[in-house]
Design a protein around this ligand. Structure first.
Ligand code: HEM
Length: 144
């Protein structure tokens, strides 16, 4: 009986240790920013879907969600911020916020293009957003 209890305890301890590792050093690998980003990923997929269907008003509703989530994301600090201190930290955060402003500029452009019924141009902007987020992830995303 005692050995079963200790086996269970060891299994639980191992499971905890493994999940702590997956979360990074300070247990913060998926914070609010990660959740906002996951919401943006869904909204991007829905935007593409609605554009392909020709539902431009629905596509614009998704862009409104993307704008809201980008504004929210701008107020958070990426996990990678912990790698910097002092002026370097300020510069890192300023660059990150600039990246978010750039994203917001693309989203506003895409919204105007959709409002004007210009799906081809909106598709181009969509691809630019995709490129911009890939570049931004290389700069600001921690690989924990
Ligand atoms: C529509 C554009 C974007 C989409 C769909 C997107 C999507 C994602 C996804 C799915 C993740 C992983 C979330 C997780 O941790 O589980 C992520 C993480 C992240 N993204 Fe984005 N992203 C976009 C644009 C950007 C931009 C422009 C920046 C920076 C200016 C950025 C910065 C980050 C950072 C820093 C993380 C890591 C989370 C953290 O440090 O807490 N993303 N993104």
């Amino acid at each position: 009986m005692k050995s079963i209890v200790s086996k269970v305890a060891i299994t639980m301890a191992l499971a905890l240790a493994t999940s702590a590792q997956a979360m990074g050093h300070d247990g913060e690998c998926h914070a609010e920013l990660g959740t906002a980003m996951e919401d943006m990923k869904s909204a991007m997929r829905m935007t593409a879907f609605e554009m392909r269907q020709g539902n431009l008003e629905e596509a614009r509703n998704q862009v409104a969600i993307l704008i809201e989530k980008s504004e929210e994301s701008k107020t958070y600090q990426p996990i990678k911020t912990r790698e910097y201190e002092g002026e370097d930290k300020e510069a890192f955060l300023a660059n990150y916020q600039e990246g978010m402003d750039q994203l917001l500029a693309y989203l506003t452009t895409m919204d105007t293009q959709l409002a004007e019924g210009d799906v081809d141009e909106a598709m181009k902007t969509f691809r630019e957003i995709d490129q911009h987020s890939k570049r931004s992830h290389r700069s600001f995303k921690d690989d924990c």
